[in-house]
Design a binder for this molecule. Sequence first.
Ligand SMILES: [Zn+2]
Ligand SMILES: [Zn+2]
Length: 596
Amino acid sequence: MKIIYKDGTVAECPQDQELHVLRHTAAHIMAQAIKRLYPEADFAFGPATENGFYYDVDLGDTKLTDEDLAAIEKEMRKICKENLPVKPFVLPRDEAIKLMEERQEHYKIEHIGDLADETEFSFYQQGEYVDMCIGPHLTYTKGLKAFKITQQSGAYWKNDKENKMLTRINGVAFRNQEELDAWEKQQQEARERDHRKIGKEMHLFMTDDLVGRGLPMFLPNGYTVWQQLEDYIKQKERDRGYLHVMTPCIGTVNLYRTSGHWDHYRENMFPAMEMEGESYVLRPMNCPHHMMIYANQPHSYRQLPIRIGEIAHDFRYESSGTLKGIERGRHFCQNDAHLFVTPEQIKDEVSAVCALIFDVYKDFHITDYRCVLSLRDPADKKKYHDDDAMWNHAEQALREVLTDLGIDFTEEIGEAAFYGPKLDVNVKPAVGAEYTLSTCQLDFCLPAKFHLTYVDKDGSEKTPVVLHRAILGSLDRFMAYLIEETKGRFPTWLAPTQVKVLPVSEKTLDYSRDVYEKLKAADIRVVLDESNEKIGYKIRQAQQEDRAPYMLVLGAKEVEAGNISVRNRKGETTAMSLDEFIAQLKTEIADKTFNV
Ligand SMILES: [Zn+2]
Ligand SMILES: [Zn+2]
């Protein structure tokens, strides 16, 4: 792929820049097409993006329809076909301004004014179109082969709310049609897996602006899954010596002043409420409450480590543009815990946390993850809590734990919080970007702020170290992740409906009711479809709505044999006795078999 630099040099494009150059050229071609169709268009910025490009354009009062976007795309294809050469030239400041004035490019003139130190400005021309740009670009417009305009939105000039709202037109561009097709397929996949779509189809949760944006409500089906997750993780924690507590999701501003959140985290919090001369806030996190629980009684080194866990309700102010179903809301529940340890116990406790994380990942078949150690920058110690020995000890402990467990990890120097190093486990979902699911964060500062102490062997008072840790992260977000991973086909132990009983006709309704009652008595989450629909319709609806792991299709044959016909999600059907089936289900649920 040949490209042309602003000084006119033509060269082979370095491979890692191909897409960027291609996409940036696509932005120019789109601007040219817009200018042909809307001669009054005034262009702001038009960069390459992650998958494509956009251009912000001032179209006056013109609002673009989908047909208009299609027409722009068509004109772009024409420009590619015309195979115009793309040529750069350079002008001194006054001539650059003159050219842009002739062409009525007001935003470009303002931009030249902003670049006060520059004496020269480069331009690229293709056919009748000229854009101020530093390049490089493709040498001919035919080089752009696979692209698509995807959407339009509003964007402020220079991203400033005080400025005029421009029209942002987005597109995607790839090297060839195969890459574009792959991208479209991925988009389709993302739409199909979208937890908001599946959540609606399966009646898992709802949102309503009257309740509030970013405040999802779990419906009976969704809450069933949620409760299973809660019970599951609490049991795992109890097995490992955690003690669970329940604390209020509101606290005084002074509590958050003590913890430091009020000074450093306030923009993520809802504003304070005044009551009886005291200020209260909805809590964004649970650390201060748990610190107070530790402080409630004196501790000896013999009692440590103390592990306090809670499935805790938190509230954070998220801007409305970032809200996304139960993946990102303004209310969520954290699978949170705080471990109070002596410095000598850091390594063992971090190791136990890691063991718990990977034990849980095994149950959910999470294999695509990446461990990241965030460490302090030793060259910039002023930025961090001042305790050299503690930092060295803790960072070494984190490294050793991962090495001992034989787990690959990367180290990110300078990424630690000022109060301590941390380990993040990032997972790669079926669609979308990697995100941090589990975390184990050491804290050398918070215990001192709350004057937490323990009496050591020698009788002296010491300050414990705190480990903030989350395994499933936010339970709500984890559920969104699970929905998208499994397309709502939860394993039996989590499925809101574990078995759906489908009588073939009214004649087998009594038998079906019997089967239903027996399953219910065996504590299986079972639904009986008593509707008058045809069996084919019932099956399709069960697949779409319940996504139950098992359907029992009960007809005359089953009644006569006194057994059941079990249909799994793969569509395989097996005849067996109800007792056999119940026994099989019980094992599957107890083993948490991941049959998705
Ligand atoms: Zn450009
Ligand atoms: Zn915490």
